[in-house]
Ligand binder design. Structure first.
Ligand SMILES: Cc1cc2nc3c(=O)[nH]c(=O)nc-3n(C[C@H](O)[C@H](O)[C@H](O)COP(=O)(O)O)c2cc1C
Length: 169
């Protein structure tokens, strides 16, 4: 295979990024207009002291536009059996919370049922970066709920985690 140099075919760039696996989260917020949320694979940890996390949101995302005014958000970590929840929050559904048994985190941001855990955050910084916003949040509450396998996204499809050495997991 030969290396390609910039400018790239956008499809090649997408394919390259898709070869790096991510966990799957649903980021939620409770602005005055009502609860909103979106599926996010770009979640990352930033700092332990102070406790900071980050995510990238598409500048064209209607969900993020609705969530941003809350200046706070929760990050729900999905389990391997929660592909339905991931698809629901990646959709353009009118009410993504319809029929869901959610409850509010301390910031009011919706916490979803049966997730591995969550972090509740206040927005600390929003950085303008290309066609995305990089949002940095300060973690103000945490809960770990389940010892379950995570949902993973890789090459455009869902999977989960398998330890290389099961005796060490
Ligand atoms: C596994 C997965 C990961 C995603 N990660 C992100 C992400 O990190 N940032 C983002 O802006 N959109 C991401 N999306 C897309 C949004 O969830 C989705 O486009 C959005 O919520 C629906 O579009 P809207 O916000 O314009 O309504 C992801 C979708 C999936 C299925």
């Amino acid at each position: 295979m030969t290396a390609e140099t910039a400018p790239f075919d956008p499809l090649l760039l997408r394919r390259a990024f898709g070869n790096f696996p991510t966990g799957v989260t649903v980021v939620t917020a409770a602005p005055e207009a009502g609860p909103a949320g979106m599926t996010v694979g770009s979640f990352f940890s930033v700092s332990l002291d102070p406790p900071l996390v980050g995510l990238c949101a598409d500048k064209g995302s209607g969900s993020w536009a609705a969530m941003a005014p809350a200046n706070a958000f929760a990050v729900n970590f999905l389990c391997a059996d929660q592909t339905d929840l991931s698809n629901r929050f990646a959709s353009k559904a009118e009410d993504k919370f319809d029929g869901l048994d959610w409850h509010p985190a301390p910031t009011g941001s919706p916490l979803l049922p049966d997730v591995i855990g969550w972090v509740d955050c206040v927005t600390e910084q929003t950085v303008d970066s290309g066609d995305h916003w990089i949002i940095i949040g300060r973690v103000t509450a945490i809960e770990i709920l389940r010892e379950a396998d995570p949902l993973v996204f890789f090459r455009g499809g869902y999977g989960s985690f398998a330890p290389v050495d099961p005796s060490r997991h």
